[in-house]
Design a protein around this ligand. Sequence first.
Ligand code: SAM
Length: 256
Amino acid sequence: MNLQNNKDVYSTVEFNQWAHRAALLPAEQFVIEKYVDRAGPALEAGTGGGRIVLGMRDLGYQRLGGFDFVPDFIKEARTKDPEGRIDFRVADATRLEYADASYRQVLYLQQILSLIESDEMRQAALRESFRVLAPGGLALFSLLSYEARRHQFPYNMFLAWNRAVRGLHGDRRGPQYWPWLKLGGKFNWPALLDRGPYVYWFRVGELDQFFGAAGYRIEAVASVRQIESGRMMNSCAELEGQPLAGTLFVVCRKPT
Ligand SMILES: C[S@@+](CC[C@H](N)C(=O)[O-])C[C@H]1O[C@@H](n2cnc3c(N)ncnc32)[C@H](O)[C@@H]1O
């Protein structure tokens, strides 16, 4: 299968993985219940089959919206919300059609920003999230964590191999860009030849600059490891140096 980008990945080989899932993961439920106001409104980016917003609806959250750039996901999500209580739309995170300041809360979970291929496009998506958020509003992100994986077996072996392959091809892509190691639940052999598309693994040390450039203020940050013991750090500096495991969760505020 010739996969040109991550939209191709989600429209085909990863479609079934995400169209039919249900229920919030424990870390997701923790951050949602801790930070998101049940009265809404709240918008979820990259909603897939609607798992997260549907889970929120079942917890009593009001005035929900969700978007995804794969139309078949949105069709699937709508079937699970027959009363049409959730505003599901087809949209690309890098250029949204929502009005400025139309949501008080936005959720970019399941690492959607890591799935956007270039730095420029990730920044565009972040700026769009900021634009649709009302002043004083809350934005919740989760990101793939480079530090959580890079020393872990077998990912450390993969990184060493991948560096050698890129060296041979003269490819100067940084070590935070990884090809998909698994697709459709199976090992993705072309990853060993460094075939794209790629996903981006964030370092804690770049988060202040990344979110700050869009205008956000980071209020809390943690990896799943800290969340499992009910803790969120107040700053990236506090998180740096701590053992990380799982994805990173970042809670941001748009200043008033
Ligand atoms: C890992 S899946 C998560 C799906 C759903 N949020 C869940 O947790 O079950 C990531 C989703 O992000 C969507 N996505 C990735 N990049 C996107 C973009 N630029 N704009 C809109 N949706 C995007 C994919 O189509 C996919 O549905």
